[in-house]
Design a protein around this ligand. Structure first.
Ligand SMILES: [Zn+2]
Length: 232
């Protein structure tokens, strides 16, 4: 069951405090309308009682799709540090393992830090694409275009819906302005080639992207010699 709780939130515009119901977890197999709300950026949105502000409250949300056995933790890194997030995530994983019935197939569990990452990942998983292959492609695109695509400032997002049988479409998102600036096309045949490498020999990919947050940007920015600490 999806869970909402009451939170006291301060309006960012007029600073009025109000009590609002916000979702802690959404179970989209039972309540597909909540998935639509998430995709349309309406989930956990608040309309201020005393002014005209309409804003999204970014708080941890657990996305669960029981039909596909997918579990994604959305833990915004605006409020707390990455270390705190990983600790909270590990605790949630322990609870999950303890709660699983014996012999049950454990879900694919992922961690994301932003709504755009969450939406990208949902479409990717639903299309049956390998996240580590997609991130491997992003990694290469960043490395080959360091001047145009510095990972500290630009984020590549796979647009599954607008990709074709021949080409994958990646949007370049400016992390400062949050605007989509550009589209990159990548041959799907090359994706299949890397996917074959991954299936034949997953170790290299697992080592580069151990998870639970599978991200080319994160890998690049934590590499020795990266010029700035990770920001998002
Ligand atoms: Zn207000």
């Amino acid at each position: 069951m999806s869970l909402a709780k009451t939170y006291t939130i301060r309006c960012p515009k007029c600073e009025q405090e109000q009590k609002v119901a916000l979702y802690d977890s959404i179970h989209v197999a039972q309540e597909p309308a909540l998935k639509t709300a998430l995709l349309e950026n309406r989930l956990n949105r608040v309309e201020c009682d005393s002014c005209d502000a309409n804003f999204r409250v970014d708080k941890p949300v657990l996305y669960h799709d029981a039909d596909r056995n997918i579990l994604i933790h959305w833990m915004p890194d605006t409020a707390c540090s990455r270390d705190e997030i990983f600790d909270t995530f590990d605790e949630a994983m322990d609870e999950l393992r303890a709660a699983l019935p014996e012999g049950a197939e454990p879900p694919r569990v992922r961690l994301v830090f932003s709504r755009v990452e969450l939406v990208e990942l949902i479409f990717m998983m639903e299309a049956g694409m390998e996240e580590r292959v997609v991130e491997h492609i992003k990694y290469t695109l960043h490395v080959q275009n360091m001047n145009q695509l510095p990972p500290a400032q630009k984020q590549l997002l796979l647009n599954v819906q607008d990709s074709t049988a021949d080409e994958l479409l990646f949007a370049v998102r400016n992390l400062e302005t949050e605007e989509l600036e550009q589209l990159l096309r990548y041959p799907r045949a090359a994706y299949r080639g890397i996917q074959k490498m991954y299936r034949d020999n997953p170790d290299e990919f697992m080592e580069l992207f151990p998870g639970p947050h599978i991200s080319a940007r994160e890998v690049l920015m934590n590499e020795p010699g990266a010029d700035s600490p990770i920001t998002n």
